[in-house]
Write a protein that binds this ligand. Sequence first.
Ligand SMILES: [Fe+2]
Length: 305
Amino acid sequence: MTRFLYIADTHLGAVQGQGYCQQPRYAQRLPALLDALTRWMEARPELEISFVLHGGDMVDSVDPGALRQAGEVFRLPVPVCLSLGNHDLTSRDAVELWRTVVPCLFPQGRLAFTLECDGWMVHSVPTQWCDEHYYWEEAQQPHLSVEDLAWLEAALAAHPDMAHLVCTHGAFVGVPTAQTGFDTAYHVPPVAWTATLLRLIRCYPQLKVVFGGHTHINSHVRITQAHLVTASAFVETPFEFKLVEVTPERFTLETVSLLPYLSFQAGYDWNRTFVQGRGCDRGFVATVQTSGPASRWTGDFGSSC
Ligand SMILES: [Fe+2]
């Protein structure tokens, strides 16, 4: 059994009152929030959390000082690794800075990397946002580089007997109307980006779970055997993260709020509770049977997800 935490969109250095958010944002409280996360882990030694996977937008914008600060505040009791988000790529020398200032965030020294868990392979692949890779200004054209896609497909093909989880910052599908109550799906990505995922799901039944960020919304959409999960922003009320437990037979996800562990008052927009998701968006248990390439995967859900 392996347990790890998933967080996203910490936007270190963001200016209060500015920038995209779904709920009131307290990026300036990130050190206190990470202290609370550490206390949460230390109060539960039996969980034996192995690592924290950060789904991107660790910082709000890239400069050497911000990355040095990230290296300091993300010094947790367990290793932290980063799947780069668009805000982590706001400078043309971002890759060089990440590699030199905080190389410990990238296992194997690669920006696309794999972590092996108990019967699972967790692949982190950076989303690219425009024709100039590893750089983001405004464009929202998410895609994977040809090299990274080939690397990912080779890893999936090489281990059909294992369950695979892919983490990339860009969300692959919009937030369903059943969750938001809106007339149409919310935050819908370009069709080509969704098509990339649909092809991977179709070609590789061993791809079981996909983690994203970017929307700052907890969501959970199932497409055939694959569960697509996005996280709300760690620095927005109610300061949530995901506890993940994997075994060769099972995947369990739970969304946890740090609000009870904080000493400051935080506002909340009660007109936007969809951001936190329904019960089925916030947690689920699924059973995997990896007996051969055509592995079966059954979800165990309490509601409509
Ligand atoms: Fe973000």
